[in-house]
Design a protein around this ligand. Sequence first.
Ligand code: ADP
Ligand code: MG
Length: 240
Amino acid sequence: MINVENLHKSFGKNEVLKGISTTIKEKEVVAVIGPSGSGKSTFLRCMNLLEEPTSGVVSINGQVITDKKTNIMRVRENVGMVFQHFHLFPHMTVLENLTYAPMTVKGVSRETAVAKGKELLQKVGLAQKANEFPNRLSGGQKQRVAIARALAMEPKVMLFDEPTSALDPEMVKEVLDVMKSLTETGMTMVIVTHEMGFAREVADRVLFLDGGVLVEDAPPAEFFSAPKSKRAKDFLEKIL
Ligand code: ADP
Ligand code: MG
């Protein structure tokens, strides 16, 4: 589903990704972990061209997105993203947040978009909030809306960048539960997270980044119980 080959990204002289290669299969759930500043967000953002890779090849669902001729909007239709800070449209109701992109970008009819939007709100447990504005919701509710909004585009892949890091502790579970139910639908997911319990339970594979290098790429059982590198051992010791 996703193929990354020798991906480099520099900001000026700062080389943030130093040749990352990996393949993510359809329906695979991959957790990306690593210290702050290791390049996790940049890696994710290169997968939907929020950042333009300096070199290397990224393809998603057979489309080489790093090709200059690629239509970025088409790529983003297929790749949903959920951010730490939600980024909901504040002047739109919850339901309008979900129907806006399908209607304007994909040309879906209002009736279809509304029906799909309501169905998704039901799935994330927020059917009763359809006509609220985002500022009336809790952080956990906002993030569930953000997930539903990304799903409204019917993406092939979902990218999550620390979706629970900005939440109060009591709201983390409701968001992780929604993500977990999404894994059960067979969605291909790449999740940057500090929730090690979740990564261990839900991910098929863990990518450990440090200093812009993919240091380990292993199943969670293996990674968490017997990390191969000193860098991963040090990291796990600090956080577990
Ligand atoms: P992580 O998500 O693992 O914390 P990031 O990918 O956000 O790491 O950042 C990795 C490095 O890239 C950091 O040194 C950060 O300062 C730098 N960086 C990220 N985004 C930009 C940007 N837009 N411009 C300049 N430097 C950036
Ligand atoms: Mg980050």
